[in-house]
Design a protein around this ligand. Structure first.
Ligand code: ZN
Ligand code: ZN
Length: 469
């Protein structure tokens, strides 16, 4: 059955529908819809960055046309965590969606800031806590604490009279996450007794054997690398990884160096983390970025953005010798506590070449164990599937290669069924498995320089897909 413009598509009282519009077969732009008893809810609304090859398409997101066309049936938006590929589209789409947004406090604080910047400070963002059960339209909702590379990542259990779905969001199993709580092992174990129809889960790291390392394992290797440095130490990592920033602050303290962060995104993240109680009170006060340049070189330990060679980021400007607060000299060290995201090879290589040309010592995650992923490797996926024993896995958050790898792990763990989907596929979830009902248009929107949203032409979309896959 084709449902290209199913204006009468109303979820029936006894069915649970799943319709991903973004994030399946690609990394980024996560946006999923679940339908039940006359209503829809959205889980996450993220963006992705077009990269160098598509300069006119800097920021992209899933086209939510399907749901904006039936907005009166959208009961709410649930956010799993605060990464841009999960919340970044909200400021752009808010005017079209206008419904309550639910998130844990740290994510809610990030979202409120972004919405206010976009002139939508009136958006109703509701703080929820893990373990609390509440209703959104006809769905029972429960956030379950996980671990990832940002505070307060949550899996979401959606319950209906016709069965439940676990939407994992991004996760890893970190027993010592440095900040925040450990994942809720007891609740994850207990999910086995829920009437689960499906587990919709993260595939990002499913091609990697073994288990993903803990954030807490990075202190020693980072300390060893930084200890070798004679001049300034500058570490670049993702701004949102608060645990990593805390580890860096502790490394700096242990080496008798003064710690500061450079770059607006990182400063804001530390402020939000402090407000939410995630910045340890016992750490020495941060040195203001403007003062770092005046300290003796051997006392400087700075964290900054730019690990992916992003134009305009702090590290890119330092490498070009035109940062307002800190310039680098021969003998200084730059440590990449990050991984190279596929697609960013060119800007990152150019950045590292420029740094080396300045006489700066460059260390990356290929030289030392100074980065861990935020996503589950095969061993972690197998543990989760063993605990929960879902009857059906729907792999999401990955390219087709990642989805297939996640499917293979599930099959090895005797998960009874796996359903590989594409963006726009509409499935009915039943105790017997997922039944494909058809597909809806799943285009892309891009943000123009003047802030307008435009559809990405379908021929270009084809090229992008080829590149992503
Ligand atoms: Zn994430
Ligand atoms: Zn993600």
């Amino acid at each position: 059955m084709a449902v290209d413009d199913p204006s009468d598509l109303i979820p029936k009282a006894d069915e649970v529908l799943f319709l991903p519009l973004g994030g399946v077969g690609e990394i980024g732009m996560n946006l999923a819809l679940y339908g039940h008893d006359g209503a829809w809810i959205m889980v996450d609304a993220g963006i992705t960055f077009g990269g160098d090859d598509f300069p006119g398409y800097r920021v992209m997101m899933a086209d939510p046309h399907f749901i904006t066309a039936r907005r009166e049936r959208l009961a709410g938006i649930l956010l799993t965590h605060g990464h841009e590929d999960h919340i970044g589209a909200l400021p752009y789409l808010w005017r079209r969606l206008r419904c309550p947004v639910y998130a844990t406090p740290f994510t809610a604080a990030l979202v409120r800031y972004r919405l206010a910047q976009a002139g939508a400070a009136d958006a109703p963002v509701v703080d929820v806590s893990c373990g609390e059960r509440f209703s959104v339209g006809p769905f029972g909702v429960e956030y379950i604490g996980m671990t990832h590379s940002i505070p307060e990542p949550s899996a979401i259990l959606l319950s209906t009279a016709s069965g439940a779905v676990l939407h994992t969001g991004d996760w890893k199993l970190d027993d010592r996450p440095v900040v925040g709580r450990r994942y809720d092992l007891a609740r994850l174990h207990a999910l086995r007794r829920e009437p689960l129809l499906a587990l919709v889960g993260d595939s990002t790291n499913a091609v990697v054997p073994g288990v993903t390392g803990s954030e807490s394992a990075l202190f020693e290797p980072l300390r060893e690398v930084a200890e070798q440095a004679a001049g300034r130490v500058v570490v670049t990592s993702f701004a949102s990884n608060v645990a990593r920033l805390v580890t860096l602050a502790r490394v700096a303290e242990s080496l008798g160096r003064r710690f500061g962060v450079i770059g607006q995104a990182m400063e804001r993240m530390v402020a939000v983390a402090r407000g939410a109680g995630y910045w340890p009170e016992d750490l020495p006060a941060l040195v203001d970025a403007r003062h770092l340049g005046f300290l003796p070189r051997e006392e400087v330990f700075a964290a900054c953005t730019g690990s992916q060679g992003e134009p305009g980021s702090a590290l890119v400007r330092m490498a070009a010798d035109r940062h307002r607060d800190l310039l680098l000299d021969p003998g200084d060290s730059v440590i990449f506590s990050s991984k190279l995201i596929p697609g960013n090879e060119r800007p990152v290589e150019a950045l590292q070449t420029r740094l080396r040309a300045l006489g700066v010592e460059v260390t990356t995650d290929t030289d030392a164990e100074i980065h861990v992923s935020g996503h589950p490797a095969q061993g972690d996926l197998a543990r989760l599937y063993g605990w929960i024993q879902p009857p059906l896995l729907i792999p999401v958050h990955g390219t087709p290669r990642h989805l297939a790898a996640n499917a293979a792990v599930a099959e090895a763990c005797h998960v009874l069924q796996v359903r590989l989907m594409r963006n726009g596929d509409l499935c009915r979830l039943t105790p017997q498995g997922a039944r494909l009902l058809g597909s809806v248009d799943s285009g892309r929107l891009t943000v123009c320089d003047d802030g307008r949203l435009l559809s990405v032409p379908s021929d270009l979309l084809g090229q992008m897909r080829t590149k992503v896959h």
